[in-house]
Design a protein around this ligand. Sequence first.
Ligand code: SF4
Length: 169
Amino acid sequence: MDTTIRIAGIVRESIVDGPGIRLVVFTQGCPHHCEGCHNPQSHDFEAGYDCELGKITAQLDKNPLLSGVTFSGGEPFCQPQALHELALEVKKRGLSLMTYSGYTYEQLVAMAKTNAAVGQLLDDTDILVDGRFVLAERDLTLTFRGSRNQRIIDMAKTNTSKQVVTMQF
Ligand code: SF4
């Protein structure tokens, strides 16, 4: 597998980036520059390092305790093709996919009209946490999100009902 993803890093086991025990891929490069971002070192598209997909899938195969994978950032939707390919490997292994984005769901749907890979990554995603981090709406009591404007979206129900269906944790 010679596809590479530009990443800031990987956390092999996390319980704070989605339900269950998850492997987290922090992608490198983010155009949003939210004030108060908890991960500013992930903004520079030239920083980080290239990671082959095979190295990440090997980690998945090593850990039977994983319930899923989370794509965080950085902005995952800046690398939709490579992450779609990784998402297919995640699904092949029966794991769930949670994706964070600084774009809203509606913006991603609009982007997908001219960028098929964005649509594919959106389709691969089981749980989408959308929207920029807004410092004025920060709430430390929230689970899996930093500010109140961000939504945790159930993508299967959203696709079926054709309207955004959120999840509570
Ligand atoms: S979208 Fe996320 S990584 Fe990008 S600037 Fe905002 S909080 Fe930081």
